[in-house]
Write a protein that binds this ligand. Structure first.
Ligand code: ADP
Ligand code: ZN
Ligand code: ZN
Length: 759
């Protein structure tokens, strides 16, 4: 038997142990095994059984015991793929699949419950008091599914004030007490009354039919629907069919769009089938409970963030039902990519799992990733389009504002904050007419950098530990000035009063959300921070709860202006919004990253989709979107303003093809991190030499080269990039490196297959 131990070295096959006697241990069981010379007990998963041992049979140790947690065989297979494809130890891949709370059994309690004794086992002679006899008569009529249950609840069911009669029935041998394991977790998610029964549009109906046709087989579908086109309704209707087949489904949404409303829509429709919700706001016991509900078959639909793709559905038996469908909503969202090892992408894992389980997967988005668009064009997946909004609402008119023109003659504060006269005018009009405003600025803090006012000096405040500038944050609890924070290593320091080089005044540049939050009430006195205006970014929204609360205050109309980073651009539906302003659309354009244009297009399109979701009222001007930019001719912005996804995608895919970049080519990136630059360079060169030695001629290597951020938290960063027309050559190069023990997936080397962050 092969067992993979989480702490084991990078041993893809795992370790071999003997199974003694009939322990009932099978593939996927979590077991305790003796590890190493000291026979230290370690937990691991059984990945194979009945293998021919590669070591001396006399040296094989027996497993110690079974833990009681089990991963379905499909997940074991998926972990083997994760380990291979993303180049990480199998133990790490396996441990990613199981929430820590499940491993630890958090919240598990034993509870005494009552069940009925089978008729054949009941005593032949009965002497019951009248009250016990009455109770028994009532209990006999109860449906069998109700049992076992706690004595108190049983008493309530038969309308007895005390548990006395039940205790007497236990003594008489008609009822029996059993001890049962429970997970204690108060659950607070509520169903949202979801309208149903409306007729699907033709486009929706054909998308539903197209996916339903493939239930029971593996197929990837791309559902490209503009914001408000009824994508969620399409998922819900397909789920009806999945449930009718007796199967289950996983619906993945980015963490941030997993609002109580989203979850509630699914709970409202599928209360009977059971809906488990998995997000980061759960307590450990709640997470354990939700997971256990899937494993036992009590929940057949899972709505959750990235890690929900590992929900324990099981076609091979056990309590869980077979997985019949995976939905990945907002599939383009970069939150699906895991930023730590294993650096997997939730969407790609979903596709692989669907393939293993033999079920379809639906990727939905208003702005599909170019990866998914490329697959649709090349026929690897089926495209379904919803080009129109439901209910007659139209996409808003998007106006591009040229910041160079608009700032000519503007005052200093407008130049700094980019609250141009044009944008100010529109905000004023929207507020006057009772509308709501969303302002997007993808930059946190007060100012993005500080520098010496004397241009001849040129001093700029950088982070001591990183190759970046420090961002200026105003802190309310600090009387003067504020705090400088590095967004990469989180180092903080107090602001210096004057330039340390020449003693001149210090000025700040690049206004962030904090600065705008200060400026807006000055311009519009009716905006009061915390009352009629809110700021939404990762500094103000520490917990999911803060975020949900802010959104519900905006939805209620109490908050008139919402200012925030891209957090506000995601999947939100506010009919009262009449103005959406993108303060600076260029925050991503100049990034040294080949996806800069794609990100800009997505950001502008997604935020523009927030406006005008209600049908315009006759005589009133519709919602508008203002996009401010220093690059008004940038294709990403022009296409987004015209709601022209296809135009953008085909042009951008051409550029990518010319450069051999993803999604046409494949990319993996290795980053070596070391406090000593020469040492980092040496290891990177060894890596390059090792790959070169046996490389496929189709493989292209770039580097060693310094990363765009060449130092973070005191560590120098040297990158090597592997490019190839297909995944094969990259995979075999990584396997070679792994065998040569040159990438150990530790603190020194980072392997990122299909990276999305290239800084
Ligand atoms: P998306 O997920 O594409 O943004 P939703 O599925 O949330 O769109 O649909 C937007 C709104 O339109 C929701 O309130 C939904 O209930 C409603 N809706 C969806 N499909 C229809 C339909 N065929 N007829 C009427 N209303 C619909
Ligand atoms: Zn730093
Ligand atoms: Zn200076």
């Amino acid at each position: 038997m092969q067992v993979v131990v989480e702490r084991s070295l990078d041993n893809p096959q795992g370790l071999t142990y003997a199974l003694e006697g009939d322990t009932g241990v099978g593939v996927g069981d979590r077991v305790i095994v003796p590890l190493g010379r000291g026979n230290t007990p370690a937990e691991g998963f059984v990945v194979a059984i009945n293998v021919t041992p590669a070591i001396d049979p006399a040296k094989i140790k027996p497993i110690k015991s079974k833990v009681g947690v089990r991963l379905p065989p499909a997940l074991i297979e998926l972990s083997q793929w994760l380990s291979r494809y993303y180049c990480c130890p199998l133990g790490m891949a396996l441990s990613t699949m199981l929430p820590a709370a499940v491993k630890r059994g958090t919240g598990t309690v034993m509870r005494t419950e009552i069940e009925r004794v089978e008729p054949g086992e009941r005593p032949s002679e009965l002497k019951l008091t009248p009250s016990a006899a009455r109770a028994w008569a009532a209990i006999e009529t109860l449906p069998g599914e109700l049992f076992p249950l706690p004595a108190r609840r049983l008493a309530d069911r038969i309308e007895e004030r005390t548990v006395g009669p039940i205790n007497r029935l236990v003594e008489a041998g008609l009822l029996r007490e059993i001890r049962r394991q429970h997970i204690r977790a108060p659950w607070a998610e509520h169903a949202v009354e979801a309208p149903r029964g409306f007729t699907l549009t033709d486009d929706q109906a054909s998308a539903v039919a197209g996916v339903v046709e493939t239930l029971g087989t593996f197929r990837t579908h791309l559902l490209h629907g503009v914001t408000g086109s009824g994508k969620t309704e399409v998922y819900l209707r397909i789920l009806d069919d999945v449930i009718a087949r007796g199967e289950g489904a996983i619906v993945l949404v980015p963490e941030i769009s997993l609002t109580p409303q989203t979850a509630g829509r699914f709970i409202g429709r599928f209360e009977e089938a059971g809906v488990a919700v998995l997000h980061s706001g759960l307590t450990a016991s709640q997470r354990h409970q939700q997971w256990a509900n899937v494993a036992s078959g009590a929940a057949r639909i899972v709505v959750g963030a990235r890690s929900a793709v590992f929900a324990p559905f099981d076609g091979a038996g056990g309590g869980a039902v077979k997985l019949g469908l995976i939905v990945v909503d907002e599939e383009h969202d970069s939150a699906y990519k895991h930023s730590e090892a294993p650096r997997h992408h939730g969407r790609d894992v979903a596709i692989k799992r669907a393939q293993i389980e033999g079920c379809p997967v639906v990727l939905g988005s208003a702005t599909p990733s170019l990866e998914s668009q490329h697959n649709a064009i090349s026929g690897r997946s089926t495209l379904h389009e919803l080009p129109e909004r439901v209910g007659g609402a139209r996409l808003p008119r998007v106006e591009v504002v040229d910041l160079v023109e608009e700032l000519r003659g503007a005052d200093a504060s407008a130049r700094l904050t980019l609250l141009t006269p044009r944008l100010q005018g529109e905000i004023g009009r929207a507020l006057d007419s009772g509308g709501q405003v969303m302002l997007l600025l993808n930059r946190r803090g007060y100012a993005s950098y500080l520098s010496c006012a004397d241009q001849r000096c040129g001093w700029i405040l950088g982070c001591e530990h990183c190759d970046t500038t420090m961002v200026y944050h105003r802190a309310r609890d600090i009387p003067v000035g504020g705090l400088l924070r590095c967004h990469h290593c989180l180092a903080e320091q107090r602001i210096a009063p004057v330039c340390p080089m020449c003693g001149s005044r210090i000025t700040h540049f690049g206004a962030g959300t904090q600065r705008l939050e200060e400026e807006l009430p000055r311009l519009f006195p009716r905006l009061i921070l915390g009352q009629t205006m809110l700021r939404l970014d990762s500094d103000t929204m520490r917990r999911a709860h803060d975020y949900h609360e802010a959104l519900s205050r905006f939805a209620s109309g109490e908050v008139r202006l919402l200012l925030g980073t891209q957090m506000i651009a995601k999947g939100l539906d506010f009919p009262g919004v009449t103005l959406v302003g993108v303060v600076n659309a260029d925050t991503a354009i100049n990034m040294p990253d080949f996806r800069a244009a794609e990100r800009t297009f997505q950001l502008v399109s997604q935020v523009a989709g927030r406006a005008g979701r209600a049908r315009p009222i006759d005589g009133q001007r519709g919602a508008r979107v203002l996009v401010q930019t220093f690059n008004p001719n940038e294709p990403a912005i022009v296409f987004a303003a015209q709601h022209d996804y296809k135009g953008f995608a085909s042009q951008e895919l051409r550029h990518r093809a010319d450069a051999g970049l993803p999604p046409i080519g494949r990319l993996a990136r290795i980053v070596v991190r070391d406090e000593q630059l020469p040492r980092a360079n040496r290891l990177a060169s060894e890596i390059v030499a090792c790959i070169r030695a046996g490389a496929d001629p189709a493989l292209r290597l770039k580097g060693p080269m310094p990363c765009p951020i060449s130092r973070i938290a005191g560590k120098h960063r040297v990158a090597v990039e592997l490019l190839a027309p297909s995944a094969g050559p990259i995979q075999s190069a990584l396997a070679t490196l792994r065998d040569a023990k040159l990438v150990k997936s530790d603190a020194v080397t980072v392997v990122d297959v299909d990276p999305i962050d290239l800084l």
